[in-house]
Write a protein that binds this ligand. Structure first.
Ligand code: ZN
Length: 303
């Protein structure tokens, strides 16, 4: 068995975002059937449907646990327990690690991360909350390109090194080593192979070669166009300058992956400015016509 489920599919801020009155955020508040609200990015995997691994830990994690019974503790195992067996961190971005702090309460945790991501978290005093008692937090170091088994799940996980540096608030810790600051994940079990790559600064030949071996790819769907964020909110950066290839255009993700014909192609990590969120938009239609799905919270891999 190989379970893979998305509990949140939006980029940082979610849909709607707390301080945003853009067209799509307003629509998601007033017409949720056209623009479905989405929680911030969160994926979970399991090899048996009983023990689960989090792929990163979103700021919305508490709501995501309470909305998904498979992540909740059971009285059958006593008063303190959790089916969450570990967390894989693919970067030290706040949107990917903030949820770790929500899992304190003296619960033993295992975090899989590169040595650089570990050092970045350890440099922040808040994360000492996870190390108040011996054995509370176990670090498992992961190395770009080196496969490892996720606990006893039977899921083989290979970190895919991506271009990228530490977030600006931790820049001084960066070593520039390839893949240490940003990873995609290749996940394999029982003949299924999934690529989880929600943040892509470029579509390389290496990445295309990895995708060709997969049956399902979950791909960075942050922005439709390079200038979309900047057009919506003056003074904000272009998509490519903050590490996201946009979906549209001759050099966009849809065009660059058009020759791949794997059955499962899903866009995740969708920003609240991206018009594909509106199920009535031409952009949403164009994504479907190109053979892609727009992920929604609760999306899961077919068994
Ligand atoms: Zn908005």
């Amino acid at each position: 068995m190989f379970f893979f489920k998305m509990l949140g599919t939006a980029a940082g801020g979610g849909v709607p975002q707390w301080n945003c009155a853009c067209t799509l955020c307003v629509l998601s508040r007033t017409r949720p059937l056209s623009v479905a609200p989405r929680l911030q990015l969160q994926a979970i995997v399991s090899g048996d449907g009983k023990g689960w691994f989090l792929l990163n830990a979103s700021p919305d994690l508490r709501f995501q646990i309470e909305a998904n019974p498979e992540l909740q503790p059971s009285p059958e195992f006593g008063r303190r327990n959790t089916p969450i067996k570990g967390i894989v961190l693919t970067s030290a971005d706040l949107d990917q690690v903030l949820g770790v702090l929500l899992l304190r309460e003296f619960q033993p945790l295992t975090i899989y991360a590169t040595s650089l991501v570990r050092r970045t978290l350890e440099a922040n005093s808040f994360f000492r909350m996870l190390q108040r008692i011996p054995g509370q937090l176990t670090w498992a170091e992961i190395v770009p390109g080196q496969s490892f088994l996720l606990g006893d799940s039977g899921i083989l996980c290979t970190p895919i090194p991506l271009e990228g540096s530490l977030p600006f608030y931790a820049k001084e810790l960066d070593t520039g080593e390839p893949g240490q600051a940003s990873l995609g994940l290749l996940l394999e079990k029982d003949g299924r192979k999934i690529a989880y790559t929600p943040a892509l600064p470029e579509i390389t030949e290496e990445l295309r070669a990895i995708y060709r071996t997969c049956d399902t790819v979950l791909v960075d769907g942050t922005f439709w166009s390079d200038a979309e964020l900047n057009r919506t909110h003056a003074g904000t950066p272009l998509a490519r300058s903050i590490g996201h290839v946009p979906l549209s255009g001759d050099d966009g993700t849809i065009a660059l992956l058009a020759d791949l014909d794997f059955p499962g192609r899903i866009f995740v990590h969708i920003n609240n400015t991206n018009p594909i969120l509106d199920s009535n938009s031409v952009e949403h239609r164009a994504v479907l016509d190109a053979g892609w799905q727009v992920a929604h919270d609760g999306w899961q891999l077919d068994q």
